[in-house]
Design a protein around this ligand. Structure first.
Ligand SMILES: Cc1cc2nc3c(=O)[nH]c(=O)nc-3n(C[C@H](O)[C@H](O)[C@H](O)COP(=O)(O)OP(=O)(O)OC[C@H]3O[C@@H](n4cnc5c(N)ncnc54)[C@H](O)[C@@H]3O)c2cc1C
Length: 345
């Protein structure tokens, strides 16, 4: 079967790899120029020697299937354990170890979070910088060989036998909406229209190497920040001391259209009680606004699909049974395992 997957995050690429290994032909369409979606890395420095994970900076996982994927990635030196606890700042006091969190491994990607997506994309035909503008259902047309048409924002069109939409729910909604009225897929619209995402600002900043914090990551409460990651504790990063600060949803909403200097200054102000005043004087800095940080009200099922053997169609992603790397991975894996059982290559 020729399977089209829209979105090269961990969900889409996990499903793509499993289906490709089972003998299916898989094409992944990704609108950005990067791999891994929100498992994202941005490069800085003259030779791009500094890597900053400005989406997910580290993650935890307790599911056995996800654990075995992590073991595979550890064997390839693509993931490693960062520690079993993080620090905490409650608006008044700093705790080197979070007083209320259970010890559990935090995983980081020494070569950058996007190295995971890069690795998984080896199993699929990968079209980068290709936004899918819409899809057309052609399953019942006996003149046509394939069941789905994928319409790219450029004039290009691809025909595939089966389709998986592996984007955040809001973007999946936009894509599905373009399908013909009679398509059963449109039933999905009402359900995914209810999903809401938190937003956040990510501030990436580099400092002289002498300012080297002795913590890996800090969670915050009563602050404009929800998290700060010491990227230099993951990798050398050109000798600079490097931080990624992530704002709360409330701060991101309030400052969505604020001047970037104001946003950066406010985020540094929130970080300063933990770091000291040196945080105000970066050598370089950059900001990114995340419209889709985490699904706030995920659906209680691993994926959504339409029982239509003539034109298989499914939705996967982190808005199924969670809102994190693990839930995305499991959503992609569970759907792909089911399709491997059901559909012959
Ligand atoms: C700032 C931040 C912090 C986070 N912190 C954590 C954390 O601590 N722990 C944790 O487990 N998780 C965290 N997450 C969440 C985690 O990153 C996501 O849940 C997970 O990576 C989502 O994977 P996905 O494959 O479902 O979607 P995505 O990674 O969003 O992938 C979807 C892909 O689809 C592409 N796409 C969208 N529309 C189209 C289109 N029309 N055509 C083509 N391509 C399209 C997008 O460009 C994207 O690459 C964080 C996320 C952010 C942003």
């Amino acid at each position: 079967m020729l399977i089209g997957i829209i979105g090269a995050g961990i969900a889409g690429l996990t499903a793509g790899r499993i289906l490709s290994k089972a003998g299916h032909e898989v094409i992944v369409f990704e609108k950005s120029r990067g791999f891994g979606g929100r498992m994202a890395t941005r490069y800085f420095g003259d030779e791009h020697q500094i890597k900053m994970d400005h989406g997910v900076t580290s993650f935890t996982a307790d599911d056995p299937d996800c654990q075995s994927f992590i073991s595979e990635m550890k064997d390839k030196n693509l993931l490693k354990e960062w520690g079993k606890t993080v620090s905490y700042y409650n608006g008044e006091a700093f705790y080197k170890e979070h007083p209320a969190r259970e010890y559990q491994p935090y995983y980081i990607a020494p070569k950058g979070m996007n190295s995971i997506g890069k690795y998984l994309s080896r199993w699929v035909d990968f079209y980068q910088g290709e936004t899918v503008g819409g899809i057309t259902y052609i399953g019942r047309n006996p003149q046509k060989k394939r069941s789905w048409m994928v319409n790219l924002a450029t004039i290009n069109v691809f025909e595939v036998d089966a389709l998986i939409v592996a984007t955040p729910a809001t973007q999946a909604y936009g894509i599905i909406q373009t399908a013909q009225d009679e398509t059963p897929v449109r039933q999905a619209i009402r359900e995914i229209d209810t999903i809401r995402y938190s937003h956040s600002w990510a501030l990436m900043a580099g400092y002289e190497g002498e300012y080297n914090p002795d913590w890996r990551g800090v969670t915050f409460s009563n602050s404009a920040l929800q998290w700060m990651s010491n990227e230099s504790s993951k990798r050398e990063n050109g000798g600079d001391s490097t931080l990624v600060m992530q704002s709360t949803h409330a701060f991101a909403n309030k400052h969505q259209h604020s001047d970037s200097e104001v946003v950066a200054r406010e985020m540094m102000k929130a970080a300063a009680p933990v770091t000291g005043d040196w945080v105000y004087s970066p050598k370089w800095q950059d900001l990114h606004y995340w419209r889709f940080t985490k699904a706030q009200n995920p659906l209680n099922k691993p994926y959504m699909e339409f029982d239509n053997d003539a034109a298989p169609f499914a939705l996967i992603g982190d808005y199924f049974q969670g809102s994190d790397v693990q839930s995305s991975y499991l959503s992609g894996k569970k759907l792909a395992d089911e399709w491997v059982k059901r559909y012959k290559p």
